[in-house]
Design a protein around this ligand. Structure first.
Ligand SMILES: [Fe+2]
Ligand SMILES: [Fe+2]
Length: 153
């Protein structure tokens, strides 16, 4: 039996990214201004992920070990929420990528290596989500829905 709790490593990664971006945004100059712009999209996007996608991943390990989720209906409702928000979340990633490019352009002019490295880190974060974490969250939702149907019979 399991309770839906976002894996700590994911929460920590979001917190760390946000902290580092906040520091960049607090500096002076064009790069910092572009980072602030980026944060206006990124902050609500992170919140959405933490509400809709990441809790589903709390069930990933137990499900992979053949355990049941304690409340399949909770997983199903999160799955519905994530499914409905998924296209918008991917669109937000596209927006984030465009804003990352703006930060990169400013950082290149200012020869700001740490901002450039930070943008690589953020882009990698989004790629891992698109290629691994979002599909994994979808799979958890789909599996739990199947489990709920089996139980209801
Ligand atoms: Fe994220
Ligand atoms: Fe994301």
């Amino acid at each position: 039996m399991t309770v839906l709790k976002t894996p700590e490593s994911l929460t920590k990664e979001h917190r760390e990214l946000f902290h580092k971006l906040g520091k960049l945004a607090a500096e002076k100059g064009e790069t910092a201004r572009e980072v602030k712009e980026l944060l206006t999209v990124l902050e609500p996007h992170f919140e959405k992920e933490e509400e809709a996608a990441m809790p589903l991943l709390g069930a990933l390990r137990p499900l992979s070990e053949g355990k049941m989720v304690r409340d399949p209906s909770e997983v199903s409702s999160l799955h519905r929420k994530f499914t409905s928000e998924y296209p918008e979340m991917l669109e937000e990633h596209n927006q984030v990528k465009r804003l990352i490019d703006n930060v990169r352009n400013a950082a290149k002019k200012a020869q700001d290596e740490s901002a450039l490295a930070m943008m690589d880190e953020l882009e990698h974060h989004a790629a891992v989500e698109e290629e691994v974490l979002y599909p994994a969250a979808m799979l958890v939702g789909a599996m739990a829905s199947v489990g709920a149907k089996v139980r209801a019979q």
